[in-house]
Design a protein around this ligand. Structure first.
Ligand code: ADP
Ligand code: MG
Length: 496
């Protein structure tokens, strides 16, 4: 498989290199003699339960493909929601004019403007600003939040100058990326199902979020209009497709995870005759909800039970950045309690949920020093733990086990989408170059994780076919993607 420059870093370092042919860690005996004997069986059991040999990956990929099909037949037919994006005009490169994007996805909102110059000139200019959302607005009223956003947008729009130009009599149009669960009802409307990620704003759930924003803009005297409401994966796909028409899939591997892809309308029975001229649309899979056939452990089950959404988002809880560090923490806590991994006392801080974050385990796995200095200091800083070299090696093995499972299962998800498209197009996908646009901090920063994603894709597809599959890291492409979709769905005349 070909990967882009950022993803081509050599796969060096982690202790998994020193595996015995049977997959067990070579230092097991050393662990037994140095760290308490009962650590080794916990590690061995963990590795066994998290193993993702080819048949397991194949089973997951096939089950996800089947689930996608079920979700396309009828809403609720499968675990994957297979949400219609109502995006059926993909960016072509011919787009012209000034468009805005607004991205509300977490603690910040971002505003962006882009001047598009058609095939020759492409992106002539972009500008963006990021505004953090005050804590009190995250649990205030809907009007307060949307007024704040509209005010920020108005201030940004006031600064429009230079290369940005709007033809006379034309209203400014916005692509609105809204990364909360929405039941989309058209390209420019969608009802908020519920707030997530720490937001508990009253009066928005059950309402059309585009109407909320339009009303706030009116209250602020801002003459702009939302012409496309898009999920962040859909924005990523659109942004990448603008540069490369072989892009068929977009995947987010960050705090959470999701994927979308280009689907033939004929392959969506639940669409019931609502066909567009292009015959294609983007489907937002919401694949984080998948759960079938995943190799799970007591640590996953306990974390899920303690979560705010038990029983939900199991795939997301196994592969995404919010959870990998927490799973490792739970394993280390058990090893400390039952195996005296860090000596006779159990470090108190290690009992705190989410003290160990995914960037920490990433930093530890990227420690190539002989005495694993960085592992030692991370454990000390995060959990107040003094660790022996042997204990540090065990910690790295645990990180690698969880991250390997996560990355490989993410790879299986990617293959599930590719094979779904291929089966429905009589082999049109695997016979040619196909691009998967990828965004998210986990994939971007975690070298080992990224390598495991690629490894699983190659194992599942075989070397020949996977040569045609390009996983392209497109950092923050969703903003421009949303602006492009605003252009594609503009109510004004198209120049193309
Ligand atoms: P979001 O998914 O919230 O939109 P990002 O795509 O930037 O945001 O991803 C952020 C996530 O990426 C973090 O929650 C974390 O899990 C992961 N991450 C960030 N930095 C690192 C890092 N250095 N190493 C490993 N994972 C990281
Ligand atoms: Mg994001």
């Amino acid at each position: 498989m070909f990967v882009t420059a950022t993803a081509m870093l050599p796969a060096v370092g982690s202790l998994c290199i020193s595996r015995s042919p049977r997959g067990g860690p070579r230092f097991t005996m050393a662990v037994r003699s140095d760290v308490n004997v009962s650590v080794a069986p916990i590690l061995t059991k963990l590795q066994k339960e998290c193993a993702t040999p080819l048949p397991v990956l194949r089973n997951v990929a096939d089950a996800m493909t089947a689930d996608m099909r079920a979700g396309l037949v009828v809403d609720g037919g499968g675990e994957l929601k297979m949400i219609l994006s109502y995006v059926d005009a993909l960016p072509t490169g011919n787009e012209r004019g000034l468009f805005y994007a607004l991205d509300l996805g977490g603690t910040n909102f971002r505003v962006l403007r882009v001047q598009l110059g058609g095939q020759e000139e492409r992106v002539q200019a972009t500008e963006f600003e990021q505004v953090s959302i005050p804590q009190e607005l995250m649990c205030g009223t809907s009007e307060e939040l949307f007024d704040f956003i509209a005010t920020g947008l108005a201030k940004f729009a006031e600064k429009e100058a230079g290369k940005f130009h709007l033809p006379q009599g034309r209203q400014r149009e916005i692509g609105f990326t809204f990364s909360f669960p929405v039941k989309q009802t058209s390209i420019d409307s969608g009802v908020l199902i519920k707030w997530t990620k720490g937001f508990s704003v009253s009066g928005t759930a059950g309402k059309d979020v585009v109407a909320c924003l339009n009303e706030a803009m009116e209250r602020q005297g801002l003459d702009m209009r939302v012409s496309a409401l898009v999920n962040d994966t859909v924005g990523t796909l659109a942004g990448a497709r603008y540069w490369d028409e072989d892009v068929m899939v977009a995947v987010i591997l960050g705090t959470g995870t999701n994927a979308c892809y280009v689907e033939q309308m004929d392959a969506i029975p639940k669409l019931q005759g609502n066909k567009s001229p292009s015959g294609r649309t983007i489907i937002n899979t919401e694949w984080g909800a998948f759960s079938k056939g995943l190799p799970l452990t007591e640590f996953d089950r306990d974390m899920d039970a303690a979560s705010i959404n038990p029983g939900e988002q199991i795939y997301e809880k196994t592969i995404s950045g919010m959870y990998l560090g927490e799973i490792v923490r739970r394993v280390l806590l058990k090893m400390a309690e039952e195996g005296a991994l860090f000596g006779n006392s159990v470090p108190e801080k290690l009992s705190m949920p989410f003290v160990l974050r995914t960037p920490h385990i990433c930093a530890m796995q990227q420690d190539y020093s002989e005495d694993l200095q960085a592992v030692g200091s991370t454990l000390y800083d995060v959990a107040g733990v003094e660790s022996s070299l042997k204990a540090r090696k065990v910690v790295i093995e645990v990180c690698d086990t969880i991250v390997k499972r996560g990355g490989r299962l993410a790879g299986a998800g990617i293959v599930s989408i590719l094979q779904k498209i291929d089966e429905d197009s009589n082999g049109a996908i695997f016979g040619k170059r196909t691009v998967v646009a990828m965004d998210g901090g986990l994939y971007e920063h975690y070298t080992q994780y990224r390598r495991y994603v690629h490894e699983a894709v190659t194992e599942l597809l075989g070397t020949e076919i996977s040569k045609n599959v390009v996983i392209e890291h497109t950092k923050d492409g969703s903003g421009i993607g949303a602006a492009l979709l605003a252009s594609a769905n503009s109510k004004f005349d198209h120049d193309y």
